[in-house]
Design a protein around this ligand. Sequence first.
Ligand SMILES: [Zn+2]
Length: 85
Amino acid sequence: MSVRTRLSSLAAAVAPADPESAPNDTRATNEGIAAVGRSFAVPARLRFRCECGHDDCAETIALGVGEYESIRSRGGSVVAPAPGH
Ligand SMILES: [Zn+2]
């Protein structure tokens, strides 16, 4: 009984429900993709996630790490050139 209770509370701790963090999660995902790209010796195009902020958006954008960092250095966001953006 007590073991079952502890497992339930642990599951709640590692999987918090926080829909407000979705845009930041997308940014963090893209930062992670860029970090992986920087580790490659040759320039490669990577698939970044659209940062338009719509929960149901599944658009991706192919960018080199340099292009991604150029957008970031201007304070921009990676947003797909698709209708509704
Ligand atoms: Zn989008």
